[in-house]
Design a binder for this molecule. Structure first.
Ligand SMILES: [Zn+2]
Length: 321
């Protein structure tokens, strides 16, 4: 791209189902795409067993071809957000916890970890992302089996993608420089809840939301996304089977209010080969520390982290446990 002295930056996000890319970090990706970052979405399942959550879309035709409909919704959403590429990892939706669908042999949750990590490493080695965004280990929060599996394969894939002795035959080793976890901060939920009450609108945030353990002390990064509120809303609406435009959860506040309440996407830096914010400081950029590096410096780091977890990463990783 243009000036060879300025290397192209690449971001990869890993999500469980079509619609997760819209509800988690869509505005961040839109803002990265807007500044020329190459953005790739890895979607692990086709959302085969999702319920139809928008009554208008609950028709026999849609039910009959839910996979096709959801694929088209994903394509539209990804285009709105600004993803340059969507990679389907090829697994089947495992369904909600303790449902019959959990037992399907092709369910993502039943995938052999080695095989799934291999598939993901192959994508990482081809795309060579500098930054990967995935889910935290959220066993006490949202325990959908596919979301847990996303975490469980992303972390080892990040760690071994640069190791030539691992995942042989899946391409040239490449160690991504940073790994982030998405998070729905307590501050955001509290802010939205209070704003509903203030405006006399019934809040969709039940007590359950406040019983979830707060992870806010782990947040290292807040990306300002106020200008991209509409992108997130439109991407959510593109998932017409999953998102009811009348939903008080997604759209209870007027747009002009909602966009101002917590105009950040919050992240936890889980591993880094290039350091991270120190002394409790919060950074505002997923590519902090990478933007100032030359292509040669980046290559040297991406090929260095061979055979195990880098020291910086270790410290950061422990912090998130
Ligand atoms: Zn999901």
């Amino acid at each position: 791209m243009g000036n060879p002295a300025e290397p192209e930056l690449r971001l990869m996000t890993i999500h469980a189902h079509p619609d997760d890319e819209a509800s988690k970090g869509a505005a961040t990706v839109a803002s990265c795409h807007g500044e020329g970052v190459h953005c790739v979405l890895v979607c692990c399942t086709g959302g085969e067993v999702g319920d139809i959550l928008n009554p208008v879309m609950d028709t026999p035709e849609v039910r009959e071809d839910l996979v096709g409909v959801r694929a088209a919704e994903l394509e539209k959403s990804a285009e709105i957000i600004g993803y340059d590429e969507v990679v389907m990892l090829g697994y089947r939706d495992s369904g909600m916890p303790d449902s019959e669908e959990n037992n399907h042999p092709d369910a993502f949750a039943n995938a052999s970890p080695d095989e799934a990590i291999n598939r993901l490493v192959e994508v990482i080695r081809r795309v060579r992302p500098h930054v990967i965004v995935t889910y935290p280990d959220d066993r006490r929060g949202y325990n959908h089996p596919d979301h847990l599996q996303v975490h469980d394969i992303s972390v080892p894939a990040f760690e071994v993608a640069g190791d030539p002795e691992c995942c042989i035959g899946t391409g040239e080793p490449w160690h991504p420089l940073k790994l982030y976890f998405t998070t729905w901060s307590r501050a955001r939920i509290e802010g939205l809840h209070k704003k509903h009450l203030e405006l006399g609108i019934e809040s969709p945030y039940s007590e359950w939301w406040f019983k979830r353990p707060s992870q806010d002390h782990l947040i290292t990064t807040q990306v300002p996304v106020g200008d991209y509120w509409d992108v997130r809303r439109d991407a959510l609406l593109a998932h017409a089977t999953q998102v009811d435009p009348e939903s008080p959860f997604w759209f209870g506040l007027p747009d002009e209010v909602a966009r101002t309440v917590h105009p950040y996407d919050d992240y936890v830096l889980a591993q880094s080969l290039v350091g991270g914010p120190v002394d409790g400081k919060v950074e505002d950029d997923l590519f902090a520390g990478i933007r100032t590096m030359s292509a040669d410096e980046i290559n040297a780091v991406a090929h260095r982290g061979v055979g195990g977890r880098p020291p910086d990463g270790e410290a950061l990783m422990d912090k998130t446990r």
